[in-house]
Design a binder for this molecule. Structure first.
Ligand SMILES: [Zn+2]
Length: 69
């Protein structure tokens, strides 16, 4: 992933520009009056990023799925 200043290139979103962790992000969903937005969270340093990806939630509550080992 290329970094320019404090911004993040959209060609590949994988590397944390704060701590250089390179194996991708956890994600969370932030909801506000404008809708639901995906938030990326670095699993190493905790820095969050808001890439502007708006989500449509198909269910009001989370359903548990498979448990992967
Ligand atoms: Zn980080």
């Amino acid at each position: 992933m290329e970094t320019t200043g404090k911004g993040v290139s959209m060609t590949e979103i994988r590397v944390c520009v704060v701590c250089d962790y390179q194996r991708g992000f956890h994600f969370s969903v932030k909801s506000d009056e404008n809708g639901h937005h995906l938030v990326l969270i670095c699993p190493s340093c905790g820095q969050s990023y808001r890439p502007g990806w708006q989500l449509t939630l198909a269910a009001e509550h989370l359903e548990k799925g498979a448990v992967y080992e």
